[in-house]
Design a protein around this ligand. Structure first.
Ligand SMILES: NC(=O)C1=CN([C@@H]2O[C@H](COP(=O)(O)OP(=O)(O)OC[C@H]3O[C@@H](n4cnc5c(N)ncnc54)[C@H](OP(=O)(O)O)[C@@H]3O)[C@@H](O)[C@H]2O)[C@@H](O)CC1
Ligand SMILES: [K+]
Length: 465
């Protein structure tokens, strides 16, 4: 698991380390690491580096990195955005090593963004934004790309687009929630001072290790039967995709109940299809909502699923119905896990606007509904009712296509039926889904059915990762 720590926690850890190391030691460790990453980016014959230097420690890092680069024979110039507040020791070291202070970046082969780091608030200041707009070279961001909020990843205006970000001590939420390019972590000795992270991201190998694998004594029932209550005469495709995803996710059985039974049977002869939820038979988890509609009969289906006493994934129309008719919550069996999988508009219907802090929004909704909330996005945020938060980054944006959510809900449902912890089930499903999208797409747009077909390859890749 890769942990991510919020600014408040990083500051506290830094303070404890600073209390026992010589003055400036942490910054020099950080800057030395940044200089090493910068050298690795200077691959061409010319080695001219321009620093954008803000008023605080981030600018100090950039100036000290400039000092180390100078000592390796690199030509380094610095734009001081607040000359009177530039980091004094950093600036002195930079000048001693032969660094030049300039008014604008000019022609350089690499830009080091030391405008602002952990103290970032709001969008880039206009003067900083002007220098950023003029950048015409690869960018190495120090700690984080300036203009992006360290804790929320929110971008309120102009911001630096980094090719690489070098960060220190530990990853921060911004590194998973926003595009920071390739992220390099430099150890500055914070490790022992950092307790459990605020957010975490599963490694591929962990997802692979959690993926249910049938044992010798397993059969189609012991691996968990997934029920799919989705689709309608108008939208049979959602049922076909969700059922297919559940079938491909595990070797457990899949029962489909609803108006799209004929279409589902035609696509997936191995599924057990019935026209109605009342005669669906026993399942270990239900997926409800995709393409179901929001009319009275759909409400009846949702109610029956919520009362069934097994874990439920509520997606799409199920979320809309829960938002429109809060009485439906009364049908829920208390103590039975529920996973809600909204996109932003569905989230808003259910729990108000997502706002800039997606993690806080997901946590709030998870606590309010006593459910796992999987808030979809390029970085999907998954919050458990117990306060745990996981994030899942999509490699590309190729999964953002019609029907893709139906596949995801089927994957989550199958993992719930296999009795995975609900937050873990949602996170493993999100990773398999993103991996399948990348494998299927290989750089070109894909429909959801292609993503679905790539699910077995994704599981193989994760299990061998
Ligand atoms: N502590 C340590 O031991 C270590 C710290 N380290 C390094 O220090 C960094 C933190 O340094 P820090 O706290 O001094 O502030 P920092 O982020 O440089 O901000 C400077 C000033 O920028 C301004 N500003 C704010 N928002 C802005 C915006 N959107 N756009 C433009 N400007 C904006 C604001 O000033 P204002 O404009 O409000 O007057 C603020 O005071 C950390 O990220 C890491 O790189 C490492 O060396 C490891 C050891
Ligand atoms: K920065």
């Amino acid at each position: 698991m890769r942990g991510l720590w919020t600014v408040e926690r990083v500051r506290a850890a830094e303070e404890r380390v600073m209390a026992r190391v010589p003055d400036g030691a942490l910054m020099r460790r950080a800057a030395f690491g940044a200089a090493r990453v910068a050298l690795g980016m200077l691959t061409g014959p010319r080695r001219r580096v321009g620093l954008l230097v803000g008023a605080g420690g981030n600018g100090g890092d950039a100036l000290w990195a400039g000092h180390y680069l100078r000592r390796r024979g690199v030509a380094v110039s610095a734009v001081l955005l607040r000359p009177d507040r530039a980091h004094a020791e950093g600036l002195a070291a930079f000048l001693r090593a032969g660094g030049r202070v300039v008014d604008r970046l000019g022609e350089v082969d690499l830009v080091v963004d030391g405008i602002v780091g952990l103290s970032a608030r709001g969008p880039l200041r206009p003067d900083a934004a002007e220098h950023v707009a003029a950048i015409d070279a690869p960018v190495l961001a120090v700690d984080l790309p300036s203009g992006i909020d360290p804790d929320t990843g929110a971008i309120a205006g102009p911001a630096v687009r980094a090719d690489v970000t070098v960060t220190f001590g530990c990853l921060k939420p911004v590194h998973a929630l926003a595009d920071c390019g390739r992220v390099e972590l430099v150890d500055i000795g914070l490790g022992p001072e950092l307790a459990g992270p605020d957010l975490a991201e599963l490694e591929d190998a962990e997802v692979g290790a959690h993926w249910p694998v049938p044992g010798r004594s397993d059969d189609k029932y012991t691996q968990g039967v997934t029920g799919i209550a989705a689709g309608s005469a108008t939208y049979p495709g959602a049922a076909v995709l969700a059922t297919g995803a559940a079938l491909l996710a595990t070797s457990g059985m899949v029962r489909y109940a609803g108006a799209a039974a004929e279409a589902v049977r035609a696509s997936w002869p191995e599924s057990i299809c019935t026209g109605s939820i009342t005669d669906a038979g026993r399942v270990q988890a239900w997926v409800v909502g995709p393409g179901l509609g929001t009319g009275l009969s759909a409400e009846g289906v949702l109610r029956a699923v919520l009362e069934a006493g097994v874990p439920v994934v509520a997606d799409a129309d199920a979320i809309t119905m829960l938002a429109n008719n809060p009485d439906l919550w009364d049908a829920r069996d208390p103590g039975t896990p529920l996973v809600l999988t909204p996109h932003d508009r569905e989230f808003e219907r259910l729990a108000g606007p997502v706002g800039e802090d997606r993690v806080a929004a997901a946590k709030r909704a998870a606590a309010r509904f006593d459910a796992v909330v999987l808030l979809k996005g390029n970085t999907t945020v998954l919050a458990g009712p117990d306060g745990r938060v996981l994030v899942n980054r999509a490699g590309g944006g190729w999964a953002a296509t019609a029907g893709s959510g139906d596949v995801l809900s089927g994957l989550v449902g199958a993992l719930l039926a296999a009795r995975l912890d609900p937050l873990l089930a949602a996170a493993c499903a999100a990773r398999a889904h993103a991996t399948a999208a990348d494998l299927a797409s290989r750089g070109a747009p894909i429909p959801a059915s292609a993503l679905l077909r790539a699910v077995p390859d994704a599981i193989r890749a994760l299990r061998s990762g």
